[in-house]
Design a protein around this ligand. Structure first.
Ligand code: GLC
Length: 547
């Protein structure tokens, strides 16, 4: 067992959605060579590791999260040799590479599933969850995350198989020790190849309740209760952890259903993984027609996770990823000023921040006008449901467009050239028309740009241990639109103030912070700290005290 490397705590991650990062062969889809080409950009940003979304062989029903061969790179991204080269080149820059570990399910085209469908006595049948059923009667009423029943019937076997995502993503049966051994072998294979670790996809769903488990509110808040961090998962997670420990792997879990008070057990020095993404924070008011994050709800959740992980455990911090619309539009009001306040308020919290490609240049949501501009299956399901319920196509695309995961999957905007410098061909998903102004080249050239602010924030984390290991205390907790916290380590203190709203906010701080000096984060005017302040829209201030 290798000693745990604590470096992840002072690191900053950068998430790459490979299909949309950089295309070098003109097929309109990003590729591994494109990532290699952009390593100098990432190095200049100052990030420490890359989380690479799936590049495995896949029919791409769910953006690569439907894997048909765990050991192969999908042709459209390049080859295994390209990936080895990426690892090597990234390491030359001292940048680590972690990949998605998708082991809750496979693609229905995976040879295991193809075999499992052949007959009930096929050796792979029990690699998945098959239960006797009829077209009229599924084994239970559980719902999939992507809408509709979690079961799909197979006429030949007169059984149904279980899938918590799309029907093309059958869930693996973790109760089967043979299946587990195959997965463990695969995990080792990738670590032996030289990757530095994993982002564990949908890992909290690998254990299910018994099929007769009754959901308390099937249409209510948590219809997914029977496969959210269900007891029994501990055994599987401990097995996986033992492998991670052997290699000293860098690991982050997507583990919805793990509550903030349980997260320390998952992520402290004896935990299964280094850190965890909470999924609660995407707090929206259901009656908000614009699908905006409700800042007070968000703030309460962040304060709770910060508090619950103060003594033990570690948060993975993020405001954007490939599964949500762009933060500048959901949290912010579409302006770069809002993106800056968002950047400052989360990058200095306790935990390891992740930046999602394009977030650092301020790409916003896509102005979808037609469902055919969208690729992801869940948006199509949602759109069809709205149409069935009586919405016009215009109404339905407005709602499906606002919530679509494809908002964040449009190509990275490198420059103001054709297709934003992403490809010489036709991009697989249209480039956001904002690229003439919003692009990496323009952002890097402007010293006070959002991108340069991210660079400063990354640097600040690297140079101030207080941001890494200091504790965190929130003030004015009841304020709806402002967030105020202090990081503290011995005598060194950092105070962060951010107005997360497009209106001026009165701030009457409950504590006077004396002897603090403002840090220059590129604002036009400096402002001395006072106990009472009227904050401009999206104003942020960071003050520092001590050595
Ligand atoms: C995770 C991924 C998401 C994917 C799902 C199924 O939530 O982030 O993109 O659709 O798992 O694998």
């Amino acid at each position: 067992m290798k000693a745990r490397d604590e470096k992840f705590k002072s690191s900053v991650g950068y998430q790459i959605y490979p299909k949309s990062f950089k295309d070098t062969d003109g097929n309109g889809v990003g590729d591994i060579n494109g990532i290699i080409e952009k390593l100098p950009y990432l190095n200049d940003l100052g990030i420490d590791f890359i989380w690479l979304n799936p590049v495995y062989q896949s029919p791409q029903v769910d953006g690569g999260y439907d894997i048909s061969d765990f050991y192969a790179i999908d042709e459209m991204f390049g080859s295994l040799d390209d990936l080895k080269k990426l690892i090597e080149k990234a390491h030359e820059y001292d940048i680590k590479l972690i990949m998605d570990l998708v082991v809750n399910h496979t693609s229905d085209k995976h040879p295991w599933f193809v075999e499992s469908k052949k007959s009930k006595d096929n050796p792979y049948h029990d690699y998945y969850h098959w239960v006797d059923a009829s077209p009229e009667k599924m084994p239970n009423n559980w719902q999939s995350f992507f809408g509709g029943s979690a079961w799909t019937y197979d006429e030949n076997l007169e059984q149904a198989y279980f899938h918590c995502f799309a029907k093309e993503q059958p869930d693996l049966n973790w109760k089967n020790p043979k299946m587990r051994e195959d997965i463990y072998k695969m995990i080792r294979w990738w670590l032996d190849l030289g990757i530095d670790g994993f982002r564990l996809d949908a890992i909290s769903h690998i254990q299910k309740e018994n099929w007769d488990f009754e959901i308390k509110s099937p249409h209510g808040n948590d219809p997914w209760e029977p496969f959210m961090n269900v007891s029994g998962i501990e055994e599987y997670m401990s097995d996986i952890k033992a492998i991670f420990d052997e290699y000293g792997a860098l690991t982050v879990g997507e583990a919805s259903g793990v509550q903030s008070h349980q997260a320390p057990d998952w992520t402290d020095e004896n935990g299964y993984i280094n850190m965890i993404f909470e999924l609660e924070h995407n707090w929206k008011k259901s009656d908000d027609p614009n699908n905006k994050i409700y800042i007070k709800g968000y703030k309460d959740i962040i304060m709770r996770w910060q508090k619950d992980m103060l003594e033990r455990g570690w948060n993975a911090l993020y405001i954007e990823n490939h599964d949500n619309p762009r933060s500048i539009d959901t949290f912010g009001d579409g302006t770069l000023d809002s993106a800056k306040a968002l950047a400052v308020h989360y990058m200095l919290l306790r935990g390891t921040p992740f930046i999602y490609q394009g977030q650092e240049i301020g790409i916003g949501n896509f102005p979808f006008t037609d469902i055919n501009q969208i690729d992801v299956p869940d948006s199509h399901n949602y759109y069809n449901k709205l149409i069935e319920e009586g919405d016009t196509p215009e109404e339905a695309i407005k709602k499906a467009g606002l919530t679509s995961r494809d908002n964040s999957r449009t190509p990275m905007q490198w420059s103001d050239e054709k297709e934003a410098g992403f490809t010489d061909g036709k991009p697989w998903l249209a480039v956001n028309p904002s690229y003439l102004e919003i692009n990496a080249q323009a952002m890097l050239a402007d010293p006070n740009s959002l991108t340069n602010l991210y660079k400063k924030l990354i640097n600040l984390r690297h140079e101030n241990e207080v941001i890494v290991n200091g504790d965190v205390k929130f003030f004015n907790k009841g304020d709806k639109n402002t967030i105020v916290y202090r990081r503290k380590l011995d005598d060194k203190k950092i105070l962060v103030i951010a107005n997360l709203s497009p209106e001026k906010q009165k701030l009457a701080l409950e504590k006077n912070f004396k002897g603090y000096e403002e840090l220059d984060l590129g604002q036009e005017i400096q402002r001395e700290f006072t106990k009472k302040m009227i904050l401009d829209p999206w104003e942020y201030r960071v003050y520092i005290k001590g050595n």
